[in-house]
Design a protein around this ligand. Structure first.
Ligand code: CMP
Length: 154
């Protein structure tokens, strides 16, 4: 049996700093039944799932997750939408994960997103754009820690 400190060291050795991103499949995409299709695209594109959860955010949890946007005019609507139904949250790993995942999901606004990207295929509007993707290595760590403890990341 490993001691807690050894478990923590093993977790750090397994993880590849700078090679992860955090995604959420947003409530409307979940409601429309797109979880399987989206995960299939993610896996076929070479991302490894390091952690995953199906859950519903409370208003306070959605506020905390999107705190970086609290001054934006769309913040309240975004928080309300993100807590309106279940989501899938996952930490994904790949070389250049942030950039590669942003390429795979396309522009924030599905109407402006590149053809066959996830947001282009499954997004409905700027707010209901099917999936979230971290915008930096630092935020990927912060966002992964938001959803997953060390013992939930493999
Ligand atoms: P996401 O990747 O989850 O990060 C922040 C979210 O805010 C973004 O996707 C969009 O869904 C949403 N967002 C960004 N800009 C706007 C905007 N101008 N109006 C409404 N929602 C926005």
């Amino acid at each position: 049996m490993l001691s807690i400190s050894k478990l923590q060291i093993n977790k750090r050795q397994n993880e590849m700093p700078g090679k992860i991103t955090l995604t959420m499949i947003k409530p409307l995409a979940v409601k429309k039944g797109y979880i399987g299709d989206i995960l299939s695209i993610i896996i076929k594109s070479g991302f490894k799932i390091r952690a995953m959860k199906y859950l519903k955010l409370s208003i306070d949890q959605a506020k905390a997750f999107y705190k970086i946007h609290e001054d934006k005019p769309f913040y309240n609507n975004l928080v309300e939408f993100m807590s309106s139904g279940p989501i899938v949250a996952a930490t994904l790993e790949k070389e250049n994960a942030i950039e590669e995942y942003r390429k795979l999901i396309g522009a924030t606004n599905p109407e402006k997103s590149e053809i066959n990207t996830i947001r282009n295929l499954f997004g409905t509007s700027l707010e209901k754009n099917a999936v979230h993707g971290s915008d930096s290595d630092e935020n990927a760590e912060i966002e992964s820690d938001f959803f997953f403890s060390k013992l939930e990341r493999y």
